[in-house]
Design a protein around this ligand. Structure first.
Ligand SMILES: [Zn+2]
Length: 428
């Protein structure tokens, strides 16, 4: 290895990460880059400028995903990257770290391969690319992993396009304003057919690595994950004049649901959360007439998700019946368990072992673009240790040293996979 390589990687990482971090950062230290806004447009401009400065060719696909290619785009392409958007008032690392790491790793790989290629032959057996998937968080239209699901044909496009943000703007109009033709949204089998594998690097959204004393994890899969909406219809009434015994107060069933989510989640080893509630009329002196809440459940297996769901719904329904409150529920989304490619994981493990880089295996409860693409091509994820484990929060943090350990691992993996195609990608 060129002795100047670590310093080159560090300088490039720190510079690119500082540039991207400045976009959408508010005075409290929170980052907000919702999809199809001025902030993501600025981040996309940063992506294009960075690509060109590093000698990569940038392009935007018809689903709004950005790609930057080293050499010609072509079959078997090996890509790395993540997303540029964030949740409302999120952190600087989620998504952004994977895109910056992708640029640094590809730049270092190009440098290393360029130096090592004595006969001036092709840099790599397959094209290398950096990707930034559009609207991963779904923070504006509740359309998580929009770009990656659209690419794979796993998005209900018509339903998604009619969704509206808090200001009443439809996704269709937001796409048009951002220069993406809504007509073009949908499966892109031609592009997908050119992808050989995706390795996504991401900040860990837990404190497992801190507890394990390890800087890196290799993802084994993504837990099954569902979201349900429950509507409780009672009767609004005056808090000061309506006797308790005649009230049809939906808040009691909501309370039962929240407690049941914790109890049943614990019992079934699931993560069950009531994190969003809408109450009408939402007055301090009014008995609520209508409550809607959303239940989010994730677990290691689908059976634990459905057992938790059934118990929470049963408890909620029973309380609603006692109070004369009508109960309705519907599933808003469900993502089956994802297992990342065992062959690709084995390959990454052996590369990293050879380099003396330690990893621990983790299965994550968070959705990722690599999960969406796992249905179409071999995918894998590397997670970088989070300091403190905060996710979707301005407190989210990873040390520069840990980020660089992740980048070094990613670089070794890309070089190994890109230069030994027959052994690597053909088998996975
Ligand atoms: Zn993310």
């Amino acid at each position: 290895m060129d002795p100047s390589e670590p310093a080159y990687a560090r300088e490039l990482f720190e510079r690119l990460f500082a540039q991207l971090s400045a976009i959408g950062l508010d005075e409290t230290g929170a980052t907000t880059r919702l999809a199809w806004t001025q902030e993501t447009t600025a981040a996309e401009r940063w992506f294009e400028q960075t690509a060109r400065a590093l000698g990569l060719a940038p392009e935007r696909d018809r689903n709004g995903n950005l790609w930057a290619w080293l050499g010609e785009r072509g079959p078997g392409a090996l890509v790395t990257g993540s997303h540029l958007d964030s949740v409302r008032e999120g952190g600087r690392f989620d998504g952004a770290l994977g895109v910056v790491a992708g640029f640094v790793a590809v730049a270092v790989a190009a440098r290393r391969l360029g130096v090592d290629t004595e006969d001036g032959g092709p840099l790599a057996a397959v094209p290398l690319g950096v990707v930034a998937f559009a609207d991963e968080e779904g923070g504006r239209f509740d359309t998580p992993t929009f770009g990656s699901r659209a690419l794979c044909g796993a998005l209900d496009v018509e339903a998604a396009l009619t969704r509206r943000d808090r200001a009443g703007v439809s996704l269709r109009d937001a796409l048009e304003a951002a220069g993406v033709d809504p007509q073009g949204i949908g499966p892109d089998p031609e592009r997908l057919a050119q992808l050989g594998a995706l390795v996504e690097l991401h900040i860990e959204q837990d404190a497992l690595l801190e507890r394990e004393g390890c800087a890196l994890a290799l993802g084994t899969g993504i837990m099954p994950h569902g979201r349900w909406r429950v509507d409780l219809h009672g009767q609004a009434a005056h808090a000061g004049t309506t006797p308790l015994e005649v009230r049809r107060d939906p808040m009691l069933a909501l309370a039962a649901a929240i407690l049941a989510a914790r109890r049943e989640g614990t019992a079934h080893g699931a993560l069950a959360t009531v994190g969003k509630v809408e109450v009408s009329p939402n007055g301090t002196n009014a008995v609520a007439g209508q409550v809607s809440f959303w239940l989010d459940i994730r677990a290691h297996d689908e059976q634990a998700v459905s057992a938790t769901l059934d118990q929470v719904l049963e408890t909620t329904r029973a309380q609603a019946n006692r109070d004369g409150v009508a109960f309705e529920h519907r599933r808003e989304s469900f993502t089956a368990a994802v297992e990342f490619s065992p062959a690709l994981r084995a390959r990454i493990e052996s590369v990293l072992q050879g380099e003396g880089i330690q990893t621990v295996p983790i299965s994550t409860g968070a959705g990722h673009d690599a999960g969406a693409l796992a249905t179409a091509i071999p995918t894998a994820m590397l997670f970088v240790r989070s300091s403190g484990g905060a996710g979707h929060s301005p407190q989210e943090h990873a040390s520069a040293d840990d980020c660089l350990t992740g980048i070094a691992a990613l670089t070794d993996v890309l070089i190994s996979l890109a230069t030994q195609r027959s052994e690597a990608l053909a088998d996975v």
